[in-house]
Ligand binder design. Structure first.
Ligand code: HAM
Length: 445
């Protein structure tokens, strides 16, 4: 009788749209970025935190803005009545965690995290449904030097990855400055959030749609033109914002304060003012910034800014805050565009590769590998059974090992051959001296 309920048909499953499988070379790239992020944040005095991968849906609907809310993956537990959402960004989780600690948090509190985030976006170049995002945040400091410190942490990581200011630029602005300029054009107070949204999305729509939406804000023809000019107003890298012209002294003061601090941090040439930057998320309150490749080919590498009211809005004390998020997807594309990632060279490289070219020595292969690992060496072995030493050494080369240990007939006398694969030299070594020989070889240039 045929078994019921079981099917002999096989299914060709694929990863969900907009997600990635990470094979070893992909994982090597991901770890390379994460190590750079972790190293940079730690050296700048930030401490690592983590939160849950899903939150109550309401956490995002309160203040993240319609952009994120429309991209949530939300769900209910089977039989439950609570709605959750996969985390689409980390800032609401961080604000919730800050509320939980309340006034006991030291000032400043400097946190970083490297969460996986989920957004139900239309997958496209630079935008996926799951990405890894480095978040760096400072709580408790209202001074523009905190914004500049964050920007300089982001720049330090990009510099460490091999990028320079001719390849990437930080575009910064200030929401109050843009709000005052928009009010001056005649945009009513209640339409400012819509105007911010339009500015944020202006490059994603045809010019006639931008004009139509600008008219809907109450702007006449010349107002639309000035709005468009505002969207494109920027300084040259490193140049003092006073060159922008047409700004009130209050507006200038806010931009100049950030500029001065960027000069103090030694990164002014990585940055320029761009009044078209307002950011899509609704909680930002002051300085905002995005990091872009200068060719304009890729989407934003990072984005952030000040969100002085979010912790209080979530029920915590009044606490100024600022931060940014840098995603792995666009950053990887930018590094690839500039030839700065080669997955093969990022894969872990063994110190030593042990091969056995004599059946009589085979039983010593595992104990010798174990000894080498106990000495702190990254040791791999061949699983091939052959006397062809050339073939075995080729395999050691494919693993990019620095040294090969060849076990042969001389092992009975306590002798093995050690080959320096970089120099091409080979010596017989007493088994008792094996670890020190290899450690010395690795220490030599
Ligand atoms: P965001 O601009 O939404 O900001 O994201 C920051 C960065 O994450 C983007 O510049 C981009 O590199 C990457 N990113 C965002 N969405 C995707 C996606 N669907 N696929 C691939 N990469 C993506 C925030 O999330 C803020 N919460 C950042 C922040 C931290 N603000 C203050 N603290």
């Amino acid at each position: 009788m045929a078994a019921s309920g079981s099917s002999s048909k096989s299914h060709a499953f694929q990863a969900p749209r907009g997600t990635r499988d990470f094979f070893p070379p992909d994982m090597a790239v991901r770890r390379h970025l994460e190590e750079c992020w972790r190293h940079t944040s730690t050296h700048w005095g930030f401490q690592e935190i983590e939160g849950p991968t899903f939150e109550h849906l309401d956490l995002y609907t309160v203040k993240s803005g319609p952009g994120i809310v429309s991209e949530l993956f939300s769900f209910e537990r089977s039989g439950g009545d609570t709605t959750y959402a996969l985390r689409a960004e980390f800032t609401p989780t961080l604000a919730r965690m800050a509320v939980a600690k309340g006034n006991s948090l030291p000032v400043p509190t400097k946190w970083f995290s490297i969460p996986c985030l989920f957004r139900a976006e239309r997958p496209q170049r630079g935008r996926l449904r799951e990405h890894v995002q480095w978040n760096v945040d400072i709580l408790g400091l209202a001074d523009p030097s905190a914004d500049a410190e964050l920007i300089s942490v982001a720049v330090a990581a990009l510099d460490r990855l091999g990028l320079d200011p001719s390849q990437v630029q930080v575009k910064y602005s200030h929401r109050d400055v843009v709000a005052r300029l928009l009010s001056g054009l005649g945009v009513p107070e209640e339409k400012l959030p819509t105007a911010f949204e339009l500015l944020d999305r202006r490059d994603k729509m045809p010019p006639e749609v931008f004009t139509e939406k600008a008219v809907a804000l109450g702007l006449d023809e010349s107002g639309v033109q000035r709005f468009d000019e505002l969207a494109h107003a920027r300084t040259e890298p490193g140049v003092d914002p006073s060159t922008l012209g047409d700004l009130s002294s209050d507006d200038l003061e806010q931009l100049v304060a950030t500029h001065r601090s960027l000069v103090d941090h030694g990164i002014a040439d990585w940055c320029h003012v761009d009044l078209g930057i307002v950011r899509g998320l609704a909680y930002y309150t002051g300085t905002v910034f995005e990091i872009h490749e200068t060719s304009g080919k890729e989407r934003a590498i990072a984005g952030g800014g000040r969100y002085d009211h979010l912790v209080e809005l979530f029920g915590g004390p009044s606490m100024p805050a600022c931060g940014f998020g840098m995603g792995d997807v666009v950053l990887s594309l930018v590094l690839q565009d500039h030839g700065l990632i080669t997955p093969d060279t990022l894969m872990p490289q063994p110190d030593v590769f042990v091969v056995c070219a004599d059946d009589g020595a085979a039983d010593q292969l595992i104990p010798i590998c174990t000894r080498l690992r106990a000495a702190g060496l990254h040791a791999r072995r061949s699983y091939k059974s052959t006397r062809n030493v050339g073939k075995l050494l080729k395999e050691a080369g494919q693993h990019r090992a620095r040294a090969a240990v060849i076990l042969g007939g001389e092992l009975q006398e306590g002798i093995v051959a050690v080959k320096d694969l970089a120099a091409g030299t080979q010596h017989d070594v007493s088994l008792a001296d094996l670890e020190t020989t290899i450690l010395d070889m690795l220490a030599s240039p």
